[in-house]
Design a protein around this ligand. Structure first.
Ligand SMILES: C[S@@+](CC[C@H](N)C(=O)[O-])C[C@H]1O[C@@H](n2cnc3c(N)ncnc32)[C@H](O)[C@@H]1O
Ligand code: SF4
Length: 295
């Protein structure tokens, strides 16, 4: 029986199915948001690995994740890497999510991505009303640029997730955000609300969400046009089991919130055929977000 268990575990490890990858292409950023868990733009070494198309293909064609999020930092600062990912995933039918603050998103980039990978979709950050969004993102242009980016890609037919990071300060503004997004009248838009995680600049600036996150469920009824999603990973964190994060230097971690912690490092993208195994700490966790429990 023990032998069978070991054999099964070995087999499972070898074929560990990765469904989602959050690929941080850079720690660099054009903004310095007050809530950024990565403290993007301020973290020391930012000479990201310049992966060739072959290196990208080698990793992604081995694991064939369903969805890869190009994130950061600001991933559009590394547009060539974004295009390499788009091509690589299209070759086996994987979807690419572009996670962006919207500043650098252009019609040309959107068209190119549609050409390279028909399953591309977007996640654009919008953290509240105009005043709040501009304040937390420390730029007077942040709100208008985010809204323009949302209109651009939703208008082109891309699935457009608008991501709001909820804090004690903006939680009451959410109905107004829903109203502003609904007034665009575009059914490709959905609002995804996630609680702030007290790491990096969010911790330094003491940003928190004290209310029970489940209290936000009723917000879903506020719009007939757009979908509002408050459920967090459907109650189960997949990080370290079927979801991984890759740092800008090719290091593999169970979750984006732990990319700076070598104790959590699972390997790197050049280790193939991979010895990548589930992170036991994450595998044993039953809640929605390990990071929020751990900080
Ligand atoms: C780190 S950013 C990278 C992509 C891009 N620069 C952006 O802002 O959309 C990815 C998402 O994480 C969110 N985020 C940043 N810090 C966070 C924190 N402390 N807790 C929860 N979400 C956070 C951002 O608002 C953004 O929606
Ligand atoms: S949240 Fe995004 S835009 Fe803001 S500093 Fe962090 S990486 Fe940059």
């Amino acid at each position: 029986m023990v032998a069978l268990k070991i054999k099964l575990k070995l087999w499972y490890n070898i074929v560990m199915k990765i469904k989602e990858v959050r690929h941080l292409l850079t720690y660099g950023c054009n903004l310095r948001c007050q809530h950024c868990y990565l403290s993007a733009g301020e973290v020391g070494d930012n000479k990201p690995a310049d992966l060739s198309q072959e290196e990208v293909d080698r990793f992604y064609h081995y694991f064939k994740p369903d969805v890869v999020s190009a994130t950061g930092g600001e991933p559009l600062l590394r547009i060539e890497m974004v295009y390499k990912l788009a091509k690589s995933l299209a070759a086996y039918g994987g979807a690419l999510e572009i996670v962006t603050n919207g500043f650098m998103l252009t019609k040309g980039i959107a068209d190119e991505l549609k050409k390279l990978n028909k399953k591309t979709f977007f996640q654009i950050s919008l953290d509240g009303t105009k005043d709040y969004h501009n304040k937390i993102r420390k730029s007077p242009l942040a709100y208008d640029n985010a809204m323009d980016a949302i209109k651009l890609v939703a208008g082109k037919g891309f699935v457009t997730k608008v991501r709001l990071t909820a804090t004690n300060e903006n939680v009451k503004q959410i109905p107004k955000v829903i109203e502003a997004l609904s007034s665009l009248g575009n059914e490709n838009i959905r609002l995804v609300i996630r609680p702030v995680v007290a790491k990096g600049r969010a911790k330094a600036n003491d940003l928190k969400l004290d209310i029970d996150y489940k209290e936000l469920e009723s917000l879903k009824e506020l719009s007939e046009v757009i979908i509002v999603e408050t459920t967090d990973n459907e109650g189960k964190c997949g990080c370290g089991t079927d979801t991984i994060a890759i740092d800008p230097f090719g290091g593999i971690y169970p979750c984006t919130y732990f990319v700076f912690d070598e104790n959590y490092k699972m390997g790197n993208i050049w280790d193939l055929p991979s010895k990548l195994t589930e992170n036991e700490e994450f595998a044993g966790f039953k809640g929605a977000c390990y990071a929020r429990q751990a900080v």
